[in-house]
Write a protein that binds this ligand. Structure first.
Ligand code: DX5
Ligand code: ZN
Length: 228
């Protein structure tokens, strides 16, 4: 499967979200960062904004919930129109029940890992999920430097998925740019969130296409994809 590029609207102009969605019309998904100032030290947007965005764009919405108590709030984001909902395992009280609820409501279910959270304890949960998000910065802000110490975790995550014969997507988020995307793809990522690298570019749509071309080329020569 070709690489997917998900621009993060955290780096967009929040007063012009419909235009900013349009500006990346070739994107696979729009990445929507939901922060509650408790799970992370930043506050962004909630269900009403997702509802409005859903009506304003045909691009599917990939909601990344950086909030406490996702067990309570995640279903509302599916109802608001999210096509994919990602909860943090560090915040979820019952991740299996939550993933099943997200899927039952009709969205893809994804689980995110902060940099200090290992994937191995969650091996048995993989069949319940459609995507794993390996954070490549500490969640909370756009424009941070990529943590290359996360590359081994991306590799181990992809190995676990292959060993179980599953078809999960592996998403990376944080500091993904022309300088770092190829290393992520070679390690096992196939879904790439990019905030500043897309919305900081003169031509965001062109930035999306260029990142996708780089990632596709890197996946084509990656051992994990060849064995697939
Ligand atoms: C950070 C968010 C990211 C952020 C990425 O906590 O989850 O989605 O927007 O921004 P960049 O690509 O600028 O690092
Ligand atoms: Zn994010």
């Amino acid at each position: 499967m070709p690489a997917q590029i998900n621009p993060s609207i955290l780096s967009a102009d929040f007063a012009r979200l419909a235009d900013e969605a349009e500006a990346v019309g070739g994107a696979d998904w729009l990445h929507v960062d939901v922060m509650d100032n408790h799970f992370v030290p930043n506050l962004t947007l909630g269900v009403p904004v997702v509802e409005s965005l859903r009506k304003a764009t045909g691009t599917p919405l990939d909601c990344h919930l950086m909030i406490e108590d996702p067990d309570r709030w995640a279903p509302a984001f599916v109802e608001a129109g999210a096509g994919s909902v990602t909860f943090h395992v560090e915040a979820a009280a019952a991740p299996v029940r939550l993933a099943r609820e997200i899927r039952a409501k009709g969205a893809r279910a994804a689980m995110a890992l902060k940099p200090a959270t290992a994937i191995e304890p969650y091996e048995d949960l993989l069949p319940e999920l459609d995507m794993l998000l390996v954070m490549t910065v500490e969640p909370g802000f756009g424009g941070q430097a990529f943590l290359d110490i996360m590359l081994p975790k991306i590799r181990r995550t992809r190995e676990l998925i292959s060993r179980h014969g599953l078809d999960l997507w592996v998403q990376v988020d944080g500091g993904v740019s022309a300088e770092t995307i190829e290393r992520c793809a070679e390690a096992g990522a196939d879904v790439f969130v990019a905030g500043s690298a897309v919305y900081g570019a003169d031509d965001p749509a062109r930035a999306v296409a260029a990142l996708r071309a780089q990632a596709d080329a890197a996946i084509a020569r990656a051992p994990w994809a060849c064995a697939h």
